[in-house]
Design a protein around this ligand. Structure first.
Ligand code: NOJ
Length: 563
């Protein structure tokens, strides 16, 4: 397998708005990230992915870009991004930025032109369709749903047409069939490469190609049909990626990471990342994000992990891509709840479950990404009413569900409290001080329990979650186990065990075994046919492999060569 710097990197995702406020206006920003580079260095990661900081009306916190070439005044200046890249590079930290290619803001000058008239030169930068009529009533061009609720079409009376918006109505979809759009994107991505960024996390990349505009016949009970396959991972997308690769990516020593969640079966993951296909370097998939009863639960306390599914999903991606393409490994990002609340137990086994989850994931192969706050085990904050939420998706769906479909608001809030994206966007908990040390001004968003969980209390404690993450990063970056963790073959063991996720990694003559009890109850391990050479890591104090694994117990062992 070819060695590459980005296969050996350890990533850290920064949700800029919530990370650290450098100028005390209540909003996280680029100077804030610059100030915390030493912290990032201490953790040991060597790559950061920063969520969008472009000019934007902030309908979707920056994923609605109104100018790809400038920085939002909320976040700083172009000078700040230059300084950030320079300082990060001095610390041997690479900088990956978000590239938003599926849509722009409706306040982008292209869309402002596009919506003016049907014959505007920018009309075809976006996707416009005529209305349909049913019993003389105007209806959308198709019955497809939007990810953020309602239809994926928005009507414009001025020109009597609908534009497509698979996210919010302030985020019209770009028309990738138009070569001029592709030229603009090539120009913009090149500009950022020249600025010195080390790569792109490509937002919503699955959705660039759309199917023919024919109604979905699925989901008979729903007004707008969430058949995401109508605009996800369609064959034409591969052509677009090949063009971007040829005209931009291949010209620079950068990494490209596609967000291809939704319905991206492993074979798509392979197609996107096979080196000879010349599309992307790696993908983020979503298959493991909701392996619990999250869609049925009424409150966070009812959540329970679907161990079987989680193990199957991990195994499917680890086996399916190995030796072919490349994968990014991560637990959750800014679009999901906090990790310990989702799959651990912040109340009873906070430290144990956080360490177990890190162990279970970060010894798989693939480029790892920690989501900011995960390294100290941040949990979901407490929401009391819809006023506590900021996420456009959560708020849009609240209005649709409560006003249009008459859902009980309290029921909606209870579910959103454990499922909303705002959980991950809660402020970074730096200290047990005002606003968790995030800002001296009134912050833009909610914060979790910073008295209990914060960076300051963990950074010097050798037993903290933070120190455990550091150890894992060191093992991957600089230890005798580096190659086996990064390039070793993966094989699952104990596939049918109801609680333990176990796998072996093997490279040349080294073998390591990872065992993780995914649940809050003890479980018998049974006799394993391996002889342990060393215990590399464990979250309970252990001198040998136990018969019974404790709640959320995890270990990494080096095995003797003979079986
Ligand atoms: C995926 C991003 O991760 C999410 O936060 C955003 O809302 C959508 N893409 C739209 O850009």
């Amino acid at each position: 397998m070819k060695k590459e710097w980005w296969k050996e990197a350890f990533g850290y995702q920064i949700y800029i708005r919530s990370f650290f406020d450098g100028n005390d206006d209540g909003i996280g920003d680029l100077p804030g990230i610059i100030e915390k580079l030493e912290y990032i260095k201490k953790l040991g990661v060597d790559l950061i992915w920063i969520c969008p900081f472009y000019e934007s009306p902030m309908d979707d916190n920056g994923y609605d870009v109104s100018d790809f070439y400038s920085v939002s005044k909320d976040y700083g200046t172009i000078g700040d991004i230059r300084t950030l890249i320079q300082r990060a590079h001095r610390l041997n930290i690479r900088v990956v930025i978000d590239l938003v290619l599926n849509h722009t803001s409706d306040e982008h000058p292209w869309f402002k032109e596009s919506r003016k008239s049907r014959d505007n030169p920018y009309r075809d930068y976006y996707i416009w369709q005529k209305p349909r009529y049913k019993d003389n009533v105007r209806i959308e061009p198709t019955n497809w749903a939007s990810f953020f609720g309602g239809s994926c079409w928005e009507y414009e009376a001025l020109t009597d047409e609908y534009y497509m918006k698979i996210f919010s109505k302030k985020m019209p979809d770009l028309n990738w069939k138009n070569p001029k759009v592709i030229d603009e994107i090539v120009k913009m991505a090149t500009w950022w490469c020249e600025m010195g960024v080390d790569g792109f996390r490509i937002d919503a990349v699955s959705h660039l190609a759309k199917a023919d505009f024919v109604d979905s016949t699925q989901y008979p009970d729903q007004e707008f049909k969430p058949e995401w396959g109508k605009f996800s991972n369609l064959p034409k997308l591969h052509d677009y990626l090949k063009i971007l690769n040829e005209r931009v990516f291949s010209k620079y020593d950068i990494v490209t990471i596609g967000e291809v969640g939704g319905n991206a079966p492993v074979k798509d993951g392979v197609n996107f990342t096979l080196p000879e296909n010349q599309e992307l370097d790696m993908v983020f998939n979503f298959d493991h994000n909701w392996c619990n009863n999250g869609w049925g639960a009424k409150s966070g306390s009812q959540l329970s992990t679907d161990v079987k599914r989680l193990k199957e999903v991990f195994n499917k991606w680890q086996k399916g891509l190995f030796g072919q393409g490349w994968n990014a490994i991560y637990w959750l990002n800014h679009d999901q709840p906090r990790l310990v609340s989702q799959y651990g137990d912040p109340e009873h086994y906070h430290v144990e479950s956080a360490k177990m989850l890190a162990t279970a994931l970060y010894f798989m192969w693939g480029t790892p990404f920690i989501y900011n706050g995960e390294e100290i085990g941040m949990s979901n904050p407490e929401f009391k009413s819809i006023e506590d939420f900021r996420d456009v998706s959560t708020i849009t769906q609240f209005h649709i569900n409560v006003e249009r479909y008459h859902q009980d608001p309290a029921e909606y809030i209870a579910a959103a409290s454990f499922s909303s994206r705002d959980n991950a966007r809660s402020l970074m908990q730096w200290r047990d001080a005002e606003n968790g040390g995030f800002s001296k001004a009134k912050p833009w968003n909610i914060i979790g329990d910073f008295h209990k969980i914060n960076v300051e209390s963990q950074i010097h404690d050798p037993d903290s979650i933070f120190s455990f993450y550091r150890k894992i990063i060191q093992l991957r970056k600089d230890s005798p186990y580096k190659d086996v963790i990064i390039y070793g073959k993966y094989d699952q063991i104990l596939a049918d065990h109801p609680q333990i996720y176990g796998y072996i990694r093997e490279y040349e003559n080294k073998r390591i075994l990872v065992l993780a009890n995914l649940l809050a109850k003890p479980t018998a391990l049974g006799n394993l046919p391996y002889r342990t050479k060393t215990i590399i890591l464990s979250n309970y104090i252990r001198k040998q492999v136990p018969d019974i694994m404790k709640p959320f117990e995890a270990m990494v062992l080096e095995l003797e060569e003979d079986k």
